[in-house]
Ligand binder design. Structure first.
Ligand code: 5GP
Ligand code: ZN
Length: 112
């Protein structure tokens, strides 16, 4: 079975610039940042998308959201936008659940 790109990053087969890691999650800088601070938070379990979050794996999502403030702080921001693209029509290109954390610039109020 071929692993997805984020599983490969988690397993160390593809290099990344890590900003945080523990036994449940990895946070690393996005390859194509859209803001001065742009990192991705991924569970260390292959969950395809937000559509696949359930009562068994939601602990990963809980953990990621508990950690985001401290990771953001370590990157010098306390104001940021969290984005999850769910499904290809919503712009999801990597089918491994991930949360973009974007900041370091005035983002404005418009969502899209
Ligand atoms: P999506 O469009 O699925 O919400 O976001 C996927 C994100 O993953 C994109 O912003 C893209 O730049 C990033 N990305 C894709 N491949 C890699 C990679 O190999 N390394 C890193 N660091 N980011 C990646
Ligand atoms: Zn994966």
């Amino acid at each position: 079975m071929t692993m997805c790109v984020f599983c490969e990053i988690i397993n160390g087969n593809i290099p990344s610039t890590k900003v945080y890691e523990d036994d449940m999650m990895l946070a690393f800088k996005d390859l194509n940042p859209v803001a001065p601070v742009h990192f991705l938070c991924v569970p260390k379990k292959h969950i395809e998308s937000a559509n696949d979050v359930d009562e068994l794996n939601s602990v990963y999502v809980k953990h990621i959201f508990e950690k985001i403030p401290e990771i953001a702080k370590s990157q010098g921001i306390s104001s940021y936008r969290i984005i999850n693209n769910c499904g290809s029509d919503a712009g999801q290109t990597v089918m491994h659940l991930h949360f973009h954390v974007i900041g370091g610039v005035e983002l404005g109020e418009k969502l899209i």
